[in-house]
Design a protein around this ligand. Structure first.
Ligand SMILES: NC(=O)c1ccc[n+]([C@@H]2O[C@H](COP(=O)([O-])OP(=O)(O)OC[C@H]3O[C@@H](n4cnc5c(N)ncnc54)[C@H](OP(=O)(O)O)[C@@H]3O)[C@@H](O)[C@H]2O)c1
Length: 272
């Protein structure tokens, strides 16, 4: 039996084992996917230990997505954005499938970002992946962030890939009616965090709303967007499609998105 897994800290609420194990069963693949809690100071030993133990593939989550670059060789978009969420362990090769996951979630919802104005709230790993993906697809990206210096830095980095500017978090109301796609890439709205909107209510109008938060699925932002008749894109779909893409790296074909989505939703319900 082959072994795969996810490393993060903390990790106990991850729904990735449920998603991948359900898809393994569905495909008849003799493999198991486990969640490994890895403290930051142990990351090197976890990566090299995984290879020594014959673990085939790893997903990587908070807080290791950037620090793992010391131990794996980033390829493709992972090199460009400096963040890895999937590792082909034998080759110690790092990939970023978050970008694909977010772009595919938009595509599946019928949203083509080309020529659109997209506002991304946040400047962490998720925001960075989405900002690069959208800029490469010829959207105009506006980054906003609570800590202005981080937001400005991200906008500067993304500008190499396409159109990107920073807009102050305290002046978001100025963007009312000027944005086509609104993306929350902060934990605001996540279970255990502040259950509130990450943006002023007034800008949630005539806009596609993509909330990367997936627990709960119906965040305060998604609920308001639905009430106002906006098209919504769920964080769970980004999660599913980054997993689907990880299978292409590990197995050469996509995991079954429907099976993974059902398993993720079931696992989320069990966490409540
Ligand atoms: N669906 C998926 O597959 C997927 C994948 C990855 C992440 N996510 C979601 O994206 C979220 C962010 O992940 P990440 O990896 O980018 O985290 P991160 O690197 O820690 O970044 C967090 C961002 O959120 C901002 N933030 C945190 N608390 C805030 C608050 N109370 N008000 C306003 N802004 C706040 C931070 O602003 P400062 O710079 O001011 O601290 C920072 O920009 C996660 O919580 C998760 O829900 C989803």
């Amino acid at each position: 039996m082959k072994c795969y897994g996810v490393i993060g800290y903390p990790i106990k609420h991850s729904v990735s084992p449920a998603m991948h194990n359900a898809a393994f069963r569905h495909e008849g693949i003799d493999a198991i996917y486990l969640a490994f809690e890895v403290r930051p100071e142990d990351l090197k030993y976890a990566v090299l230990g995984a290879r020594a133990l014959g673990i085939k593939g790893l997903n990587v989550t908070i807080p290791h997505k950037e620090s793992i670059l010391e131990y794996v060789r980033p390829t493709g978009i992972a090199r460009k954005i400096g963040a890895v969420n999937t590792v082909a362990v034998e080759r110690l090769e790092g990939h970023n499938t978050d970008v694909y996951g977010a772009m595919r979630a938009l595509e599946e919802a019928g949203v083509n970002p080309e020529g659109k104005i997209a506002l991304i709230v946040g400047a962490g790993g998720a925001a960075k992946a989405i900002a690069f993906g959208l800029a490469e697809r010829n959207a105009t990206v506006i980054v906003t962030n609570r800590t202005e210096s981080r937001g400005i830095k991200l906008a500067d980095e993304v500008r190499g890939a396409g159109d990107c500017i920073f807009h102050p978090y305290s002046r978001l109301e100025e963007l009312k009616g000027r944005v086509d796609i609104l993306i929350n890439a902060t934990p605001v709205g996540m279970r255990g965090f502040e259950s509130k909107l990450p943006v002023p209510e007034s800008i949630v109008e005539n806009v596609v709303v993509f909330d990367t938060v997936y627990n709960p699925m119906n965040t305060p932002l998604i609920s308001l967007a639905k009430k106002r008749g906006c098209k919504v894109v769920y964080g769970i779909d980004m999660l599913v499609f980054q997993a689907v893409e990880a299978w292409k790296i590990w197995f050469g074909f996509e995991g079954d998105a429907g099976v993974m989505r059902d398993a993720a939703i079931k696992a989320l319900l069990q966490l409540q």
